[in-house]
Design a binder for this molecule. Structure first.
Ligand SMILES: [Zn+2]
Length: 506
């Protein structure tokens, strides 16, 4: 077939396709879709119904002024993406010719959808449409006449366009574009956040018509947004009412309307007594660490991590001996032998635990023992049965969920990474521990609200079982709910906070 392709290369169809792409580039430049050398266009030179081996693809080059494009600037490729013909180099100040960075993305539309043409636009409306709701994974619109211009859609239909996240380099979008194409069989376009859109059609005419309709619809959505009119419902009521656009509602992202202040963006959760029975930490985690000091030190004795743990413990014990802390015993030097050293370490750690000391050397060792326990599944994190469901729901609706607990962040990650419901960290955005501050002090919650970058602390919902923590968070402006779980301490009378027994009540 190679010879057939070669003869086609100089044929009328390729000549016309080269000229067509140059013309479309000039036209789309005038529309603002391909300015600043951005965007790109590709068409098949012959009927896409022909066998793949007979098809030739014409693509615009990269980095060339789109309105000055001529037929000779184009690349011609085979159906499997091999470059068959490149433009000749032009003298300075032109750069050496380079095929569009979009080539691997265009090939996805050709191969996965049998497209006849693909348009990549950087039109400003395509870019801003993805910013109306930064958390949305789709752009949705309904009941607009121009939806009829999109293949397979009528006036009453809801048009859904997937949004993928932008990357520093165009080719890095290839996988996520392919995933979106596969996940949305009805779609003829994919939006790239803060970037633009890829539109494909059976022919260049079809791709161009649809691209025009898409740009019109995005422009309309942006104007309707400014007018406070909802473009996602059939009646197009005011955004400002209970009928805010679903895409805006679902993410809880502010939409510039007066009621945005009351929407919650973030949830901060305490662990003990809130997501997890208090007894899990006191009855499972701490005893596990206590009972496994010797086993852990023995099995990891030579590792760098344990060497560092031992050095920290040595320094602490030396300090303790100087200060006459009860229960501290001298640790022999390393050359006294592994067993001697471990015996002394175990004795010291046991008395530290008994005295409930909050010291780094002990916390660090406990963290490492827990990790071994979780990794070997000797221990699994426990959360109340409503917790995984709520985390999934918040995550899906674009709410960001954080943990704030007195246990170390490492221990928090281990607990949520190894629960009886599997790894729940995928639903969490971050962990705070007491390095942020004491949980009963208001300034710790100021610190958290700064870290989360919300406009107002009222956009954060904090859930805890501890009254003093609730008071501190409320003083910082957080919305607070007190969690009532089996085994929690009683609350003061008339505490004044909303209470829940399950996250499903939120
Ligand atoms: Zn681009």
């Amino acid at each position: 077939m190679a010879t057939a392709s070669e003869s086609y290369l100089e044929g009328e169809a390729v000549r016309e396709a080269r000229e067509l792409v140059a013309e479309l580039c000039r036209h789309f430049y005038a529309q603002g879709w391909v300015t600043g050398t951005g965007g790109s266009i590709t068409v098949k030179a012959n009927d896409p119904a022909l066998p793949l081996a007979q098809q030739l693809i014409v693509m615009s080059p990269s980095g060339v002024q789109k309105e000055r494009m001529v037929a000779e600037d184009m690349y011609v490729m085979s159906a499997d993406g091999k470059v068959l013909s490149s433009p000749v180099s032009k003298p300075w100040p032109h750069k050496p010719p380079k095929c569009t960075d979009c080539a691997p993305l265009f090939m996805k539309a050709y191969l996965m959808r049998g497209a006849g043409a693909v348009i990549h636009s950087h039109g400003m409306e395509t870019c801003i449409a993805t910013m109306l709701d930064p958390g949305a994974k789709e752009f949705r619109i309904t009941h607009m006449e121009m939806i009829k211009g999109i293949k397979g859609h009528g006036y009453h239909d809801e048009l859904v366009i997937p949004i993928i996240e932008n990357t520093p380099y165009e080719y890095e979008l290839t996988d996520s574009l392919a995933e979106a194409i596969a996940a949305y069989p009805k779609a003829t376009a994919v939006l790239v956040r803060n970037h633009g859109i890829y539109v494909w059609g059976d022919s260049w005419i079809n791709a161009k018509t649809q691209a025009e309709c898409y740009h019109y619809l995005f422009d309309a959505a942006i104007k309707l947004y400014q007018l406070g009119i909802d473009w996602t419902t059939p009646e197009h009521g005011p955004i400002n009412s209970a009928k805010r656009p679903r895409s805006v509602l679902s993410s809880g992202v502010p939409n510039g309307c007066s009621d945005a202040k009351s929407s919650k963006h973030c949830v901060v959760l305490d662990i003990e007594g809130t997501t997890t029975p208090i007894s899990f930490v006191t009855d499972v985690m701490f005893p596990y660490a206590r009972d496994n000091v010797r086993k852990h030190l023995t099995s990891t004795y030579g590792s760098d991590e344990t060497k560092e743990d031992i050095n920290l413990l040595r320094a602490q014990v030396e300090e303790d001996l100087k200060n006459g802390i009860a229960g501290s015993v001298p640790i022999p030097p390393d050359d006294a032998g592994k067993e001697e050293v471990i015996n002394a370490l175990v004795a010291n750690v046991e008395s530290m635990i008994k005295a409930d000391r909050k010291i780094t050397s002990l916390k660090q060792l406990q963290g490492h023992i827990w990790r071994t326990g979780f990794e070997s599944k000797e221990m699994q994190g426990v959360v109340f049965e409503d917790v995984p469901e709520a985390l999934k729901h918040w995550h899906a609706s674009g709410m960001k969920v954080y943990i704030y607990s007195s246990g170390s962040r490492e221990a928090q990650r281990l607990l949520f990474g190894n629960t009886t419901y599997g790894d729940l960290r995928q639903y969490l955005c971050g962990f705070f521990d007491t390095t942020t501050g004491n949980k009963r002090e208001t300034r710790s919650y100021f610190e958290i609200s700064q870290s989360l970058g919300v406009d107002s602390p009222a956009q954060i919902l904090f859930i805890t079982d501890v009254f003093q923590e609730a008071v501190a968070a409320k003083s910082a402006g957080f919305e607070v709910i007190i969690s009532i779980r089996p085994g929690n301490a009683p609350l003061p009378e008339n505490h004044g906070f909303r209470t829940i027994k399950s996250f499903s009540e939120i």
